[in-house]
Design a protein around this ligand. Structure first.
Ligand code: ADP
Ligand code: MG
Length: 240
């Protein structure tokens, strides 16, 4: 579903991605981990065209992201992205957060968008909160709404960039539970996270990055049982 081949990226003179190659098969969950500044966010943002890259190719469901002929808004509409800081529209109710992009981007009718959005809101356990504004919800609830909003667009894949890093510890579990359910339902997912318990339970593969390089790309179990590189071993020793 996601094919990343020999991707390199520079910010001015500074190279932040170095010849990155990996695959995310349909229905797989790939966890991306590594030290701060290693390029994890940059890598997943290149997948939906939020960050440009200078070398290599990325294809999502066969569409080339870097190709100037590719319409990025249409591509982005097919790839759900959930960030650390929820990014809900603060001036819109939960229900309107769920429907806006369906109406504007997918041209669904308001009724259709609402029915679809509320189905996903129910799925993340927040149907009763549809009339509230984001500020009236806890961080964990806001992040679940953000996930429901992304799912309402019927994405072919979901990208998560440290979705639980900004949450109080007691709210991390409810968000990881929603993500685990998604994984079990067969969603294709690329997840940047430091939650190694979640990674161990859910990841089909783990990509470990350091200094802009993909240093390891292994089956989930293999990574945790026997990391190949000294850097990954150090990282795991510090984080677990
Ligand atoms: P991670 O998500 O693994 O912490 P990032 O992808 O955010 O790492 O960053 C990778 C590198 O790119 C870091 O050295 C960071 O300082 C640099 N970087 C990120 N965004 C920018 C930017 N907009 N301009 C310049 N450098 C950036
Ligand atoms: Mg990051």
């Amino acid at each position: 579903m996601i094919e990343i081949d020999n991707v390199s990226k520079w910010y001015g003179p500074v190279q932040v991605l170095r010849d990155c190659t990996t695959r995310v098969a349909r229905g797989d969950v790939v966890v991306v981990c590594g030290p701060s500044g290693s390029g994890k966010s940059t890598l997943i943002k290149t997948v939906n065209g939020l960050e440009a890259f200078q070398q290599g190719t990325i294809r999502v469901d066969g569409t080339s992201v870097g190709d100037p002929a590719t319409r990025l808004p249409a591509l982005r509409a097919r790839i759900g992205m959930v960030f650390q800081n929820f990014e809900l529209f603060p001036h819109l109710s939960v229900r309107d957060n769920l429907t806006l992009a369906q109406v504007k981007v997918l041209k669904r009718s308001r009724d259709q968008a609402t029915a679809n959005g509320l189905e996903y809101l129910d799925r993340v356990g927040l149907l009763a909160h549809q009339d509230k504004f984001p500020a009236q919800l806890s961080g964990g609830q806001q992040q679940r709404v953000a996930i429901a909003r992304a799912l309402a667009m019927d994405p072919v894949a979901m990208l998560f960039d440290e979705p639980t890093s900004a949450l109080d510890p007691e709210m991390v579990g409810e968000v990881l539970d929603v993500m685990t359910g998604l994984a079990q339902d067969g969603m294709t997912m690329m997840v940047v996270t430091h939650e190694m318990g979640f990674a161990r339970r859910v990841a089909d593969r783990v990509v470990f990055m350091d200094e802009g390089r993909i240093v390891e790309d292994s089956a989930g179990e293999a990574f945790f049982e026997a990391p190949q590189s000294a850097r990954a071993r150090e990282f795991l020793a510090r984080i677990i």
